[in-house]
Design a binder for this molecule. Structure first.
Ligand SMILES: Nc1ncnc2c1ncn2[C@@H]1O[C@H](COP(=O)(O)OP(=O)(O)OP(=O)(O)O)[C@@H](O)[C@H]1O
Ligand SMILES: [Mg+2]
Length: 340
């Protein structure tokens, strides 16, 4: 059930670029979405569409990777954290908003014992002593399904399997009871059973802790399992936002429709799998039109020359496509419209 309450996090027209030898690469281009209390929002899209860049921008970490935020707002309970001093951001990261990085193989420091990596946020943010933090870490590891936690806590990351490493990262992210958890493709490198177990952990987190979760993935199967709402991204932009059932029942953007057509159909097992022809656009010097035009089966003249705004096709449902011009343009509430 979607909580109709106030948004915990509001991302408004967020734009970020990476500096590259060929010029600025627009990795995040006017992205807007909300995260409400206790809901799971999935950020979905092909590789390179800007999912990670969006989240690195929300946490203001993109600057560490030769990127910079060039516009927009990130409102945490109505306060724009893009204006906060860095010291205040440091206290926020890991404490109020925790991020599980994309690759568990590299996200853990290979020369530090797991104990140090799980307890550090608790010692830093909650002021716990080493002994107190260790006790809590063992409790967390148990809860998250790491067997023999009291022994394994003294091991190094290379002694853990991929799925167990992912659990360690989740335990570390949860250690300070953040209100928002951002998980960047936490199941991509896992086998199906481990993936199911990790998804269970996320489902339980939502139920037990009422946590608000942003889950980044390119896997529609994962989306179907855990999302309340979906934000579909393409070429650094949001192309569709809708509740999960609406997306699966009737995707509106031609890109989302294409993604769904790529899903295998169990009633037609021997048919060739579909794919979306063409490749994702370069994000350097992009023309200000619809970046999906070259691949879109329903492309119209206007799509080549103008960027579509987001149209509000139903309450809480929006799509950036000129096929929907009969609907009102989505207004961010301050006279600014999304996209366009
Ligand atoms: N450090 C960087 N310097 C320059 N360009 C970058 C950097 N990191 C990412 N990019 C580019 O920014 C764009 C968005 O990348 P991002 O990592 O956000 O994609 P993604 O949607 O997370 O993809 P994936 O599903 O593969 O993780 C891509 O074109 C990518 O090549
Ligand atoms: Mg990524």
């Amino acid at each position: 059930m979607i909580d109709p309450g106030q948004a915990v996090l509001e991302v408004r027209q967020l734009s970020s670029v990476y500096t590259t030898p060929k010029g600025d690469l627009q990795a995040v281009d006017g992205v807007s979405f909300d995260l409400r209390c206790g809901e799971t929002v999935c950020l979905l899209g092909e590789s390179g569409c800007g999912k990670t860049a969006t989240m690195l921008s929300v946490l203001r970490l993109i600057g560490r990777l030769q990127g910079r935020i060039v516009g927009g707002e990130v409102l945490l309970h109505g306060e724009d954290i893009l204006c906060w001093p860095e010291e205040q951001m440091r206290r926020l990261r890991g404490r109020r908003i925790a991020l599980i990085f994309q690759d568990p193989q590299t996200a853990l420091n290979p020369v530090l014992q797991v104990s140090d990596q799980i307890t550090e946020p608790m010692r830093l943010h909650l002021g716990l002593t080493r002994v107190q933090a260790r006790e809590k870490a063992i409790e967390l590891m148990r809860k998250i399904g790491i067997p023999q936690a009291e022994m394994r806590i003294d091991e190094y990351p290379h002694q853990f399997s991929g799925g167990m490493k992912q659990r360690v990262l989740i335990a570390s992210a949860l250690s300070c009871h953040p209100e928002i958890l951002i998980a960047d493709e936490p199941t991509t490198a896992l086998d199906v059973t481990t993936k199911a177990q990790i998804l269970d952990i996320f489902r339980n987190l939502k139920q037990d802790r009422d946590m608000s979760i942003i889950f980044i993935t390119h896997d529609l199967g994962v989306v179907a399992e855990i999302a309340d709402r979906i934000v579909v991204m393409y070429g650094g932009r949001v192309v569709e936002v809708a509740a999960v059932l609406d997306i699966f029942d009737g995707p509106q953007h031609p890109y989302t429709q294409g993604l769904l057509r790529c899903l295998p159909d169990i009633s037609r097992p021997r048919e060739r799998l579909e794919s979306i022809p063409g490749t994702i656009p370069s994000l350097v010097h992009t023309p200000d039109n619809c970046s999906y035009s070259p691949r879109c089966p329903q492309v119209m003249d206007v799509c080549w020359s103008r960027r579509p705004p987001e149209f509000l096709t139903a309450p809480g449902r929006r799509v950036a496509c000129f096929l929907y011009t009969r609907y009102p343009v989505y207004d961010l509430g301050n006279g600014v419209t999304a996209g366009g």
